[in-house]
Ligand binder design. Sequence first.
Ligand SMILES: Cc1cc2nc3c(=O)[nH]c(=O)nc-3n(C[C@H](O)[C@H](O)[C@H](O)COP(=O)(O)OP(=O)(O)OC[C@H]3O[C@@H](n4cnc5c(N)ncnc54)[C@H](O)[C@@H]3O)c2cc1C
Length: 530
Amino acid sequence: MKRWNGWGAVDTDYPLPDAGRAFLEDRLGSGAPPEDATLEECLGKVPPSRLPDHPLVVRDPEERLRRSAGQSLQDWINLRSGTVASFPDGVACPETAGDVREVLKYAQNTGALVIPYGGGTSVVGHLSAPAGDRPVLTVDMGRMNSLVKMDGRGCLATFQAGVRGPVLEAALRAGGYTLGHYPQSFEYSTLGGWVATRSAGQFSIGYGRIERLFAGGSVETPAGRLLLPVFPASAAGPDLKEIILGSEGRLGIITDATVKVSPLPEKETFHTAFFPDTEQGIAAVREMARASLPLTMIRLSLPEETTANLALAGHGRTIELLNRYLSFRGVHGEKCMLLYGAAGSRKKVRWALRQAGEIIKGHRGVPVGARPGREWMKNRFRAPYLRNTLWGKGYAVDTLETALTWKRLPGAVQSIETALRKGLESIGEKVFVFTHLSHVYPHGSSIYTTYLYRVAPDSAETLRRWKALKGAASEAIVRSKGTISHQHGVGEDHLPYLPAEKGELGMKIINELCRTLDPGEMMNPGKLAR
Ligand SMILES: Cc1cc2nc3c(=O)[nH]c(=O)nc-3n(C[C@H](O)[C@H](O)[C@H](O)COP(=O)(O)OP(=O)(O)OC[C@H]3O[C@@H](n4cnc5c(N)ncnc54)[C@H](O)[C@@H]3O)c2cc1C
């Protein structure tokens, strides 16, 4: 069973070791856990539904509460404190594209707004129900989760769009294939959600972001059905797949998607190395990206994140030995940790690791083998559970991300981190900030920054702190000329910063697209565009 006000399954936890807690107390001061609202208290705030009966729609308060928010820190604070502003009036659970058409007709007839809901893992405010006179219908795609067609020879597979990561990957693996798309939200996020948010998985440099994997599909829009046929390539004008990628539920509901799959690799491995400083680390990953090595992952933790990772892992003795070894090899102080992976035939993997090793050594890096990489692989979907634990200790944690050209990257890291570190200075609160580069391209890289601050006794103050920090960091991203999102999307949270990137004409094109496919302005209003 999924937590209603936190991340993941109720029976899974990620404990914080004592050393990790001491580390956070040192950085932020001791935290005091807030008193959370109970499920019953929250259910008491769900108003009566304004929607009429329909066999595909449930109006039960708990179903509506559970689909009322995603996983942004704002969503999280509202759910924990029982201050969710508005709830959907009903939840539809279609099983076929025909059901989706039927649900859209019902929404048109009742004047309802429609929010497509995949796994509910959005972190930028994609799923909140707008307040107002129109009833709101959330369409949960969870029952549309089957493999429709497998074309092994053509390396293509078609799924219903509500399929979650583990179900999709198990179906492919049974036939010897993989999609290779692993966002950290993999356990819950869905294929339709990945397409609608332009998601990037942990192995994006090997298998590609979802844009590269999405080959075609079907979308039910208020204006009719949009079919996106599969071609190996096409010069027939603009590619309409591109308008559905990143459409955030504004243009219609993706009912099925065909994806490009790969044969399962013979070998998959993850290795770790340390660099003496940020400059050497960045120079090495840039060179790796430019060399187009057949790697699946390059993730460089900058010094503060390297320290945090080692401290929060809690294996005191092992870390001490590691630090001694690194020190002996000339890597100490402001060191950076690199995690890199390769997959494919044994020969290809051996070659990729050898080439990567040469580049690492060329930048005074020290390889430490495969053991830390194996640990990372084992725990990679468990890390988000730490957010539940930290909240329970009185600390809020959030992440943000962008991507920039190599030239702009160092300045942007500094400016984003400084904006966050100083963001609560006026009230005497500290913010702990750290960053990694996780999706590295020949022309630049994504920046992924995590920040933690103390939860206030009053939830309105906790939210005010978040707004101050998110605003300051988003402005720093815009000033640095980064994209407002490399992988999480726009939603409500990033919408104020989108015009700086798209320009007036660009915003007009997006708005016109919404009006063409959704003339009644019923699809997920307030997200991506006004
Ligand atoms: C712990 C955690 C880790 C994360 N890690 C990553 C990561 O590594 N990489 C990454 O890219 N993102 C990550 N995310 C963000 C999030 O998981 C992605 O944005 C994901 O693609 C959302 O998928 P979902 O199925 O949960 O969609 P939802 O959150 O349910 O919806 C997101 C948006 O897509 C729309 N949508 C969903 N399904 C459909 C559909 N069938 N048709 C039309 N519109 C639809 C919704 O209306 C909404 O606007 C993470 C989030 C969390 C909480």
